[in-house]
Design a protein around this ligand. Structure first.
Ligand SMILES: *Cc1c(COP(=O)(O)O)cnc(C)c1O
Length: 211
């Protein structure tokens, strides 16, 4: 597959759901891929946001390529000062992390755009707030100066049949609506159609672009 194939998958899903494809942004997940591969397989097709899941791996690529960088992986508090170099952080999963990022953003005189990660599949090995924690987390994190909460993100449980995770994506959309948050980051190579049909505004795709 290639990036144009992924765009076509997104467009078809939009048309099934009667959505405007402009409402869905493809975040090209570039982890484990070199600057040359990113140029060849992503940037030749346009200026797509680029997603990375490890700070150490991302920093040299960010030096080499000017792009809209998104951080999508688990973030440690002691890396907050690097995280604020990203345009959007998808993976805020605790109040303490939010506080650390807010502090660094304030030091830099910026307002950091963030999403809150939800563990809707309630998988012990996954990161993110549980649904019942969200109300309090949003209130506390929205009160922090230096951050702007723009939406929610989830990584659905792994499955061979994406229909099984449709309820999870529907749930994320419902919660985003309830809290008046515009961005829904959900859907990856295996399940992006279902995510788009359920209201994704950002889909994070790696394998389907590069393999
Ligand atoms: C790697 C990764 C993706 C992309 O997954 P693919 O299956 O390669 O499309 C999306 N989101 C997160 C958080 C990731 O770590």
């Amino acid at each position: 597959m290639s990036l144009p194939d992924v765009l076509q998958r997104i467009e078809k899903a939009c048309s099934r759901a009667s959505r405007d494809p402009k409402g869905v942004r493809l975040v090209a997940v570039t982890k484990e891929h070199s600057v040359a591969e990113i140029q060849e397989q992503v940037l030749r097709y346009g200026r797509f946001p680029l997603g990375e899941s490890r700070i150490q791996e991302a920093l040299p690529k960010m030096e080499a390529l000017s792009a809209e960088w998104h951080f999508i992986g688990p973030l440690q508090r002691n890396k907050a000062k690097f995280a604020v170099r990203f345009e959007l952080i998808h993976s805020i999963d605790s109040l303490r992390l939010a506080e650390a990022v807010a502090r660094k953003a304030l030091e830099q005189g910026k307002v950091q755009r963030v999403l809150l990660e939800l563990n809707l599949g309630r998988e012990p090995q996954k990161h993110g707030f549980l649904e019942e924690e969200l109300l309090e987390a949003i209130a506390q994190i929205q009160a922090l100066e230096g951050l702007r909460v723009e939406g929610l993100m989830t990584v659905a449980p792994y499955t061979d049949n994406p229909e099984t995770v449709r309820p999870i994506f529907a749930q994320l959309s419902r919660l985003a609506d309830r809290y008046g948050l515009p961005e829904r980051s959900m859907g990856m190579s295996g399940d992006l159609e279902v995510a788009v049909e359920e209201g994704a505004t950002l889909v994070r795709v790696g394998r389907a672009i590069f393999e």
